[in-house]
Write a protein that binds this ligand. Sequence first.
Ligand code: N01
Length: 536
Amino acid sequence: MTTDITPDYDAIIIGAGMSGMYQLLRLRELGLKVLVLEAGSGVGGTWYWNRYPGARFDSESYSYGYSFSQDLLNEWNWSEHFAAQPETLRYLNHVADKFDLRRDIVFHSRVRAAHYLDDARCWEITSEDGTIRRARFLVTAIGPLSAPTMPRIEGVGSFKGEAYHTANWPHTPVDFAGKRVAVIGTGSTGVQTIQEVSKTAGHLTVFQRTPNWCAPLHNSKIDDATQAQVKANYPEMFARCRETFACFLHTPDPRGTFEVSKEEREAFFEKLYASPGFGIWQGNFRDILVDRAANAEITDFVARQIRQRVKDQAVAEKLIPKNHGFGTRRVPLETRYYEVYNQPNVELVDIKETPIVRITPTGIETSAGAYEFDIIVYATGFDAITGSFDRIDIRGAGGQRLKDKWAQGPQTFLGVQVEGFPNMMMLVGPHTALGNIPRSIEYNVDWVTRLIRTMRDRHLTFADAKPEAVAAWTEHVKNIGAGLLSNEVSSWFTGVNSNVEGKQTRIIARYSGSAPAYRAWCDEVADKGYRELELA
Ligand code: N01
């Protein structure tokens, strides 16, 4: 009889990345018994796994770090406006040390299954080593981009040289000097990798299926005076992030693209292209991501920049996307990315023209011929948003599988709960506002913490989303994304991954309204006593 079962923990959190770490801290503060199960050997999540060369922030370092501790803000110095991965991983390790998080984290513990026990009202969580633990609450802190995918190409695995996926990068340095290197994939990760590898590789061949619209990062060091200014401005800066559409420092210009003269428009685009960070994407005219004619203007502007920067115009044309407009996929930020293709050691292979036929023991064969390599880098992305859930055998009330429940796309309440999966809370799950993710994480964690605290105070042991609340939220997420050009384009934003069975069709995977609107909805639910949840 499962009714005799007492949970070992109040809560088990899956994942010790930014969200899992902060959730641990918050639940510990409630006096709860909490454990984090982490697949890796250290904290950091995304920043632990993605150690590929060139990995760095695309949002301003100081806007990305945690905001909850003034002490932490005061003592941590970001060295660059857009910090590189090693620095971010150091930061997260510093946070783990400072708040003594590791004592409640089990490393090398990938979760294989999580099953809800109806009678006991708790979750039974099984790690890959077979260890079983039970907890009243299951908090998934597994990230939207944490299930890397290899291409479905014949012969993957047969290559005899070194082969790495960017999200499973080795902890020891990879030496590219003088080597023949292939990179497959030209998303944000591929772009960062290509820039870095091109500096030392003997010969670099980039296999591009779809070019992306990249824009300059304009990174720089933070000097002492700026450091002091950043610290003094933290309260205003975080207040600004709370107000902007996607929690970035950048927010859309209130003007429409055609409300200004052609000259003014061009000057504004020039200014944005010369400014650091996501301004050109998030701080552009208010209509560029929803109005086709407006989008065509910025698209044409960026195409002209690419043509100017790449010497060989045939190569430039290949680097200019033709099937989607600027900003309708995640914009990779770059540093001399386009100039890389002017280097004699770099070659671009358009695999739409000459598709990859197979990976061979010595390299890559396309329809045009064979290439030999010492190293192949797979920058082929992730089974995004729902993929990290699909990897775990999650079963809710009555043994229902989450994967089946979401077969036609996710259905959630606030992106936090799923009907029929009581006491399971998702952090940055499907249907939440993503944007500058740590800002969303802090909000999500605080919301979940408040719910759990309320339940503890009221001696409740059961929280499930009501079906009508899930239907209303899922419909709202669908409606709020209507008209957004990015929802008409295939990318991880729309849940498409050509390498995963059944994920070729676009779905509404993320909440694409504004972060303030998302928070207002969630706040109201909590303020009014969680009427959308069945609590018992
Ligand atoms: O993944 P992606 P990513 N054959 O899916 C190609 C975040 N991030 O790892 O477009 C050949 O964007 C695929 O081609 P196509 C950021 O949010 C953040 O680059 O599908 N090619 C594409 O070019 C980002 O958006 C930062 O035609 C294949 C590439 O692989 C997200 O992570 C830094 C293929 C995958 O691009 C994901 O970025 C880096 C195949 N079979 C990333 N399969 C920071 O700011 C896939 N491709 C910190």
